[in-house]
Design a protein around this ligand. Structure first.
Ligand SMILES: [Fe+2]
Length: 240
């Protein structure tokens, strides 16, 4: 499996706190069926893109060396989770923030209330710049629960949706679980990821989490969302 959304990189956001925690999460991921992990630390400081990328890449190199020393053959790729706001209109190139230098950009939005027309403008800005946005965990935004038509408007565009495996397991409550399952069943969402933040609660152990999923998710759904589509993302292949 390929996990395209994780906060396993240490000391750069609210994910792994130190390199030991990163190594533990990588070990757990590999032992639980994940062969490739994309490191996607939160990114919101658009004034300092260069500094963020430099720091991220430095830590990734350190982590790769540590994994080699520990004989953990997990493949690590770079990415970021871009926090959408009006700041993207004046930001410089975002190329270094894409997943593995592909066209695919993992994005999140404010969880609270926001102007829906701004959401569409943010996505259109990314599309105009040549990126294909992947919206992380749409099931966690309550605005979508109240107004599903915004999802339709988003999906009128070439945008991918990624649901969190923990939402499918019901860990974020019944509303997000129902919506996440519905999005997979209707093929609105074609990606599932861990969004792992720590070794205990929001962890990287995908096989363990798969055992905990509702029966209505088929093996084909799982393969599509955790193998086939992620493989196209990291190889920058057409999906839509
Ligand atoms: Fe995340």
């Amino acid at each position: 499996m390929i996990d395209i959304h994780s906060h396993v990189l240490y000391g750069i956001d609210d994910g792994a706190q130190d390199i030991e925690e990163s190594i533990e999460m990588c070990h757990d991921a590999y032992k639980n069926g994940c062969k490739t992990l994309v490191l996607t630390p939160h990114f919101f400081d658009f004034k300092h893109i260069h500094g963020f990328v430099k720091e991220r890449n430095h830590r990734i190199e350190n982590l790769k060396i540590a994994l080699e020393e520990e004989s953990i053959p997990l493949k690590l790729l770079h990415g970021a989770e871009l926090f959408l706001s009006d700041k993207i209109f004046t930001a410089g190139s975002l190329d270094d923030l894409t997943i593995n230098d592909s066209r695919y950009m993992l994005c999140e939005m404010p969880l609270g209330p926001f102007k829906t027309d701004h959401v569409l403008m943010w996505f259109d800005e990314l599309l105009d710049r040549g990126y294909t946005p992947i919206l992380a965990h749409p099931e966690r935004y309550y605005v979508f629960h109240e107004d599903y038509s915004l999802i339709d408007e988003i999906l009128d565009r070439p945008i991918l949706l990624q649901v969190n495996i923990d939402s499918l397991r019901g860990k974020n409550g019944p509303g997000p679980q129902k919506m996440a399952l519905d999005m997979i069943n209707r093929k609105f969402a074609t990606l599932i990821a861990s969004d792992a933040h720590d070794p205990v609660f929001r962890h990287t152990r995908l096989n363990e989490k798969l055992d905990d999923l509702p029966d209505e998710l088929s093996a084909d759904d799982i393969r599509l969302c955790l193998e086939k589509t992620p493989l196209k993302v990291i190889n920058n292949q057409d999906i839509l």
